[in-house]
Structures are given as C-alpha cells and as structure tokens.
Design a protein around this ligand. Structure first.
Ligand code: ATP
Length: 456
C-alpha cells in the first residue's frame, strides 16, 4: 500500500469524524469493533444515496415492487437458503495470543524465508500455507439469537446476513396481491449483519451494514433474454454509480470465474472500485437461477411457482440479483470526493460531492453577524429556500472565509451571502460555487430556481 494513499485514508476518517459524518460505534465505552454510528451529515449523505437508488430502481420503473421485511426471520429460512450450513469464512486461530484471522486474508501477507506465515498481532509463527489450510476451521458468520424467553433450539433466530431472503419469502405475497407479469422485481433497503472475523478498512467491512438489493424475476424459457436482462441491470448499476458522481476510471468490471462464484450463481459480475486501500468489491450482480424459490418451495411446502396466463404454463422463475452496499458506496463517494487544493495561498480541503448527494445543498450567511438588518434578511432568505430545497443551512459563525472553508469540508456546493447591497439597494445576493470559488450576483426572486437547477 502506498504511503500517500494510507495518509489519504487517515485524512478521510478524521474528516468524517470531525465533521459529523461517521463516529466509532459505542465510542465512549472504547468502541465496538465493526460497528459505526452516523452523525447528521452521514445520515443525510446516506439518505440521499438511498433516495436516489429507490427513485431510480423502484419509483421510476413500472416493474419493481418495494418491500421492507423483518430483520428477524424464522430459522427455517436460513436453513433453506443454505446459510446455516454454509455461510462461513475460513478461520485460523493463533495459539500464542488467541486472536483469530481469516485464512485468505492472512495468506495475502508475505511468509518468512521458510514459507511460514506469522500471526498479525503477536508475530507467532502459524505455519506454512499447507499447514494453515489444514488447521483452518469454518466460522459461520451469522449472529445467532433466541426469540422469547426459552433458550432451546426451537427459539433460535439470526440477525439477517443479507436482505435477499426477505424478498424470496415474500415472492408469493407480492404475486398474490399485485399479479405482476414477468419480468418484475422486488427491491429492499435494510440492515444486514455479519460476524466478520476481521472487520477493517473503516466502513468497508463492518459487522452491521446496510444493503440495497433487487431480486429480479425472469422467464427462464428464453435464455437469451435472461442474459440481455442481466446486461441491462448491470448497465443500470454502472449508471447509478455515475449518477452518484463517482469517477468512471476508478470503476472496474470483474467477471467472476467458475470456481470463485457462490454455489447458487450461474454468472456473477462484481463491480470493484479504487478505494484508497486498493481495488475492492463495491457491489455485485448474480444470476441466482431458480435456486432460492426452489429451496423455499421444498422447505416450506408452499408453492412458489408462477403461472403464465398466456401459455398456460407453470414454472419457477429465475432470478437476477443486483446488490449494493450503502456503506461501501458512502466510502467510495467520500474518498473520491476528498480534494486538497490551494486558495489565495492557503491550503483548502473540500469534498467534491455531486450536488445530488451533498448533505447540505446551500448555506446562507449574513455578511456580518452583528448587523441586525443583514441577519434578518439572511434568515428571511434562508426560510424561503428551506421551503423549496432540502438541505439548507444558516451560518453566521466566524468570518466569511471560515464559513466557506467549513462548508467546503462537508461538500456544500453553494454558499449565499447577504450583504449591504442586498438590503440597501435590493441588488440580489452573492452565490459562491464550491469547486471554482466563482461568485455570481443573483436576484432574490430567481435564487431558488437558480439553485434548484444546479443541484438537480
Ligand atoms: P466480500 O467478498 O467483500 O465479503 P461479499 O461478496 O460477501 O463481499 P455480498 O454477499 O455480495 O458481499 O453482499 C452484497 C454487498 O453488500 C457487497 O457488494 C457490499 O457492498 C456489501 N457488503 C457485504 N459485506 C459487507 C460488510 N461486511 N461491510 C459492509 N458492506 C458489506
């Protein structure tokens, strides 16, 4: 890992905390590994990402049905899906210090001259690759809990490790209520939980995270059309990343080879992104065939087939699953947007966020805090903009230069200043653009429309 890139990650983490985007989970108690709390700007950024996604993939389309399933589900769901039996990571323990490592991640490190790998914490030698693979155990990543007062096996449940199964078990409900014709999809945004052996890289690998997933059901009788739909949905994933403003050259398509795919997938394409710590998976798409609906039909004894009214045939639809992680998207946009430059000989840090997702779209300032006529007018304009634009902020702290810097650091695309000419001559307000620092005079009556046009 390059030293400069390491430094960039440190700077992003520090900015995220300082400015109220992301805090360590349970921080005042020393934290809880793999958990993060989101502050006001983090929530706003995530909500903007999620709203854009929901609009693009659900409300703007006629073939998508939004659902919100419970996080806790009947344990039979997770047996049928294969998670109880097989949702595991390879784990190697260290006898020296008792720490545990994911075998594949440990083997990414350099062995010593005898080919032995060392524990990453205490440097105790754990053995050669062959010895480590022999000692490796399977570690199930689901968080188990008990429902109700009893503690026996019948009360076991899990915090869901993915949102997908909530959609498969609601397939019949949606079909019975809405009678959709194929192809159609179910979409969901929600929390998922995985007991990651080694959470790391800030919010990239957490134990509690949020997914945005689609289960898109297709007619398997036309294999060519299934492939075309796969390509179309993959294309929409990439278009979404462009809408978020991510740099195209940092986005990479990875066709997952046969041996590396999940057992249920006939084709998988991962989308990787150049994070400051390297090129890593951002999101994915998988052709899950009829694996899930068949498995739930077999286990629940409820028929999850589809009846084609035209051909009078009954069959189990196939499923294509585009999946997105909110946390990795958040990290991608923060790391891509983080920029340093110089303004008037002074170093400046700013987030070059797309106005569509910036937590604050416009900040309104009176030129001077101690001039009531400026403050009054500024508050009037602030209230006017607030009615029309989400994410408007009022700031009268410190001098104008400091206020600009503060807004730059959270990625606010526009700052509006009310000065003496505004109140005395009615000559409009100054609108300053974040990236270029360019200032323009805009009439008050045209201000809301001007900003709305720029942020849409
Ligand atoms: P990885 O190989 O990195 O563990 P995965 O292939 O297991 O990821 P999926 O099961 O395909 O991930 O999950 C779908 C999406 O959920 C991922 O593309 C990612 O954006 C997000 N995701 C998965 N695990 C985590 C995690 N531990 N922390 C944050 N986001 C995650």
């Amino acid at each position: 890992m390059a030293k400069t890139e390491e430094t960039k990650m440190d700077k992003i983490i520090s900015l995220a905390k300082r400015k109220g985007f992301v805090f360590q989970g349970s921080e005042i108690y020393g934290g809880l590994a793999g958990t993060w709390d989101f502050g006001p700007y983090g929530v706003a950024l995530r909500n903007n990402i999620k709203s854009l996604w929901w609009k693009k993939f659900v409300t703007d389309r006629e073939d998508m049905y939004g659902i919100d399933a419970a996080i806790l589900m009947n344990q039979e769901v997770w047996k049928a899906s294969g998670h109880v039996g097989g949702f595991s990571d390879p784990l190697i323990g260290c006898d020296g210090c008792g720490s545990s490592w994911r075998t594949d991640q440990l083997l990414e490190n350099q062995p010593d001259e005898d080919g032995e790998y060392a524990c990453l914490a205490c440097k105790n030698l754990l053995g050669t690759k062959e010895e480590i693979l022999k000692k490796t155990k399977k570690f199930n990543m689901m968080f188990q809990t008990h429902i109700g007062a009893s503690n026996d096996s019948s009360s076991i449940s899990y915090l869901r490790p993915e949102t997908a199964q909530g959609m498969f078990v609601n397939f019949k409900n949606v079909v019975d209520s809405f009678h959709p014709t194929l192809p159609f999809g179910l979409a969901q945004i929600g929390k998922a939980f995985r007991n990651e052996i080694a959470p790391r890289d800030f919010v990239f690998r957490s134990r509690e995270f949020e997914q945005m997933e689609i289960e898109y059901f297709v007619d398997p009788r036309d294999a060519k059309k299934v492939q075309a739909t796969f390509e179309e949905l993959y294309g929409e994933q990439i278009n979404f990343l462009k809408e978020l403003g991510l740099s195209s050259e940092k986005i990479h398509k990875i066709e997952v080879p046969d041996g590396d795919r999940a057992h249920y997938s006939k084709r998988s394409v991962d989308t990787e992104f150049d994070f400051p710590f390297g090129q890593k998976e951002l999101l994915g798409i998988a052709y899950r065939t009829d694996f899930d609906l068949k498995a739930h039909t077999d286990a629940s004894k409820v028929d999850l087939s589809y009846f084609d009214e035209e051909t009078k045939e009954r069959f189990i639809p196939h499923c294509i699953e585009p999946t997105f992680g909110v946390d990795r998207l958040m990290l991608a946009v923060l790391s891509d947007a983080y920029t340093e430059d110089e303004v008037d000989g002074e170093k400046r840090v700013y987030l070059k966020l797309s106005p569509k997702i910036a937590p604050v779209k416009v900040a309104v300032f009176p030129l001077l805090k101690n001039k009531p006529q400026l403050v009054e007018k500024a508050r009037e304009i602030f209230m006017m903009l607030k009615k029309e634009i989400p994410g408007v902020m009022f700031d009268d702290n410190g001098n104008i230069g400091k206020r600009y810097r503060r807004q730059d650091e959270i990625g606010t695309p526009f700052c509006v200043t009310i000065d003496f000419d505004t109140v005395e001559k009615g000559s409009g307000v100054t609108v300053r653009e974040r990236d270029s620092g360019r200032q323009e005079r805009i009439e008050i009556e045209k201000l809301a429309a001007y900003i709305k046009e720029k942020i849409s």
